[in-house]
Design a protein around this ligand. Sequence first.
Ligand code: NDP
Length: 259
Amino acid sequence: MAGFHVRSVLVTGSNRGIGLELIKHFTGKLNPPEVIFATCRDPEGVRAQELKNLASKHPNVVILQLEATDSASIKSTAKKAEAHLGGTGLNLLINNAGIMPPSTLESATPEDMLSVYNTNVVGPLLVTQAFLPLLKKAALGSNQKGMSCSKAAIVNISSVLGSIEKTPELFSFVPVVSYRCSKAALNMLTKCQSMGYKQDGILCTALHPGWVKTELGNFQPNADLTVDESVSGLMKVICDLSEKHHGVLLSWEGNTLPW
Ligand code: NDP
């Protein structure tokens, strides 16, 4: 991990949960990124206070407003990030923001299905489209061979609950139908991105963070990982990612999961 250096990273949904912990871990690295874009929906709200406290201690943390379902908000954030990067590209984009409302086969409504799809799938699509020029710039400007997060990468925080192959063993544990469908679609989006951006040298990978004690994860009382345990694992996986992980779904422990 010591030799791994990401110059710039952007994380969506970074005011709490896994997103906030990712920002903490990036700031705590021996060789931290020069720019850490911590994006959230409401930087002035009470739910961003912990992030603001962190940013006040780390000048490399830049808080930017980003609502993942709002194209205008995303484009405006990309412009601000570009200005801040001063001619360099963005190495690592982490699409982390997500929602998981309760949803069963009986209770799912059109509104529920579309709202979850909008946040968990359309969001990562739009955010990636807006930041693609900066990711391409990072890849072009890098003299590193192969693919890596220190060169140019898109990491989509997905879930094993989106794995069709794993559904028979996990469905009764937590049905969350709208969420499962959205994460299956996010997995497909990751695969499509891996095909589309291969020639640009941009690594595209989906990561499952484990079952983590966050607001989202506490939906079930028996979430088994603390946010620090999950993100410690995710950071190690992120640091080790290479072309062999392009277009795959990996767990927080680095194991390949079936689609
Ligand atoms: P939390 O509920 O703790 O945090 C979710 C984050 O996403 C918050 O910062 C929230 O912001 C943000 N967010 C939600 N909707 C939007 C939006 N439209 N635009 C921008 N930001 C938004 O969840 P986790 O930290 O647990 O989840 C992070 C990711 O990890 C998600 O993609 C989730 O699906 C995935 N995951 C989590 C697991 C777990 O066990 N916790 C398991 C598997 C996957 P705000 O405060 O404004 O609501």
